[in-house]
Design a protein around this ligand. Structure first.
Ligand code: HEC
Length: 146
């Protein structure tokens, strides 16, 4: 019984990042029970990168430096106990990376569209893997003038 309870606790703690909206106050971040996984940390950087792309595009500025570290997405260690689907995760990860490359390749006039496609790539994987951040992801799209 004790073993079962502690196992349950670990699973709940491990999945917390996926159930929370992804918007944390610094105080909450300091209260984390376990350090975030390599994958969770990369996700925070991916979210911060996308936010800075959006901010730059709305200001009419150039893109932030290309984030080479996201090439390691498929190798990053997930939170213990988290189910990573062996077929869909690498498929969505590759799709995200292609959309990221596309964003840096297209003409400046097409960047908003490419950015929205990238955010769609986040949403696609989160639809099957970690639904918590979906609300935050949905707010990341840019309104495009057609
Ligand atoms: C290939 C699948 C995939 C893609 C693409 C993806 N995510 Fe994630 N995301 C995950 C998984 C799986 C986790 C849980 C990671 C863990 O806990 O180890 C996660 C976790 C997160 C978290 C919570 C991190 C934390 O603090 O625990 C946020 C926020 C997030 N993703 C946002 C994004 C954003 C924004 C994008 C696009 C820029 C994105 N994700 C793209 C699969 C993906």
């Amino acid at each position: 019984m004790i073993a079962l309870n502690s196992h349950l606790f670990l699973v709940i703690a491990a999945l917390a990042g996926c159930f929370m909206s992804g918007e944390r106050t610094p105080a909450e971040a300091g209260q984390e029970l376990t350090p975030p996984s390599e994958l969770a940390l990369m996700m925070r950087h991916m979210a911060a990168h996308a936010d800075s792309v959006k901010a730059a595009l709305s200001r009419g500025d150039g893109l932030p430096a290309y984030p080479k570290e996201f090439k390691g997405l498929m190798q990053a260690e997930p939170t213990k106990g988290m189910h990573i689907d062996p077929i869909t995760f690498p498929t969505f990860a590759k799709d995200y990376q292609l959309k990221l490359d596309e964003l840096y390749k297209v003409q400046p006039a097409k960047r908003q569209q490419a950015y929205n496609a990238l955010v769609q790539g986040c949403a696609n994987c989160h639809g099957s893997h970690c639904p918590g951040p979906l609300m935050r992801i949905k707010k990341m799209y840019m309104a495009t003038e057609e």
